[in-house]
Design a protein around this ligand. Structure first.
Ligand code: PBG
Length: 322
């Protein structure tokens, strides 16, 4: 029966009523904080296009991780920026590379923070692609061997989980096998399963110095026009052994998050990427939007769409409000 019997406004009359009927709750437990690690000592470098985000040397990263853990944030992701890049991205899988060193140091100082290194080659290769190059193309099967080596190096250093973001075919299986063979069968894989070739990654590439030096990533990341293809990507990663599947970016791809949530039963993560963060910061700086309200509304929307885990540069700022 509709109006005047039904009046939707009845349940919106007070904050208590609205809280009582709210369908979605965001908690600090949902947040995963991505962080950038650089070489050196005592380094804290602000990222120009991402106000509030810094790049830390390992010693400073440890301090920052203590602050992150004190806010109740359960997990962090590390992106490493090596001193030297080369065509084979050796820094990605060296046992004494920047990320394994970061993991060991943070593991020791903040034992119960979940450490989830990103597994990719683009920060480590001089050409900036997510794998190794053969005839102007990323060679899939050679690249996944190196990605598996990287995942193993991070597991050995003490990672709690690994997160491949390269979008090569078969990398989840390759990583699963490498981890299992070495006795790390208990380490989960969170795969960037539906990762789009997105212009929203712009500020990240400044932070990680990982812009491709020729071409783009459209031959391995997904075409923004496609939705059904995302479900195939997710299905394949699950078959290969993914424990958590991720959709990335988040806000422009809420439909994908929602479809993945409906079709699959495992935890779904969504990555609110650097460009999404930068847009909120820039508009707020101009006084055009209310920073905190837009931040919380976007996080709640990602949760409502179906994400269990949100990777966000807002993690600390949101945790303070929660
Ligand atoms: C590495 C990687 C990227 C991001 C996460 N992992 C960049 C890319 O694919 O170019 C983007 C994160 C962000 O924009 O915040 N492959």
């Amino acid at each position: 029966m509709s109006f005047p019997i039904t009046r939707m406004r009845r349940l919106r009359r007070s904050a208590k009523l609205r809280d009582l009927v709210a369908e979605t709750t965001l908690t600090v437990n949902d947040l995963l904080y991505p962080m950038f690690v650089v070489e050196g000592k005592g380094v804290v470098q602000p990222v120009g296009s991402m106000p509030g985000v810094d790049r830390f040397s390992v010693d400073k990263l440890v301090e920052e991780c203590q602050a992150v853990a004190a806010l109740g944030i359960p997990a962090v992701m590390f992106f490493g920026i090596p001193a030297k890049k080369d065509p084979l991205g050796r820094g990605a899988y060296a046992d004494d590379g920047i990320v394994p060193r970061a993991i060991r140091a943070v593991r020791k100082a903040v034992p119960d923070l979940l450490l989830v290194p990103d597994v990719c080659m683009c920060e480590y290769t001089d050409h900036g692609h997510c794998g190794i190059i053969d005839k102007n193309d990323v060679h899939n099967d050679a690249s996944i061997e190196l990605l598996a080596k990287a995942a193993l190096a991070y597991a050995k250093a003490g990672a709690d989980m690994v997160a491949p973001s390269d979008m090569m075919d078969g990398r989840v299986m390759e990583i699963r096998e490498a981890l299992d063979e070495a006795g790390y069968e208990h380490i989960p894989i969170m795969s960037y399963a539906a990762k789009y070739a997105s212009a929203f990654y712009g500020p990240f590439r400044e932070a990680a110095e990982s812009a491709p030096q020729f071409g783009d990533r459209k031959a391995y990341q997904m075409d923004p026009r496609n939705g059904a293809e995302a479900l195939r990507e997710v299905e394949l990663d699950i078959e290969e052994g993914a424990d958590i599947v991720m959709v990335k970016p988040a806000l422009p791809y809420l439909d994908i998050i929602s479809r993945v949530r409906e079709q699959f039963d495992l935890p779904v993560a969504a990555y609110q990427v650097s460009g999404e963060y930068a847009m909120v910061k820039a508009a707020a700086e101009k006084g055009w939007i209310d920073h905190d309200r837009v931040m919380m509304e976007s996080l709640i929307s990602i949760k409502r769409a179906g994400a269990d885990i949100i990777l966000t540069y807002f993690a600390k700022q949101a945790a303070k409000l929660l």
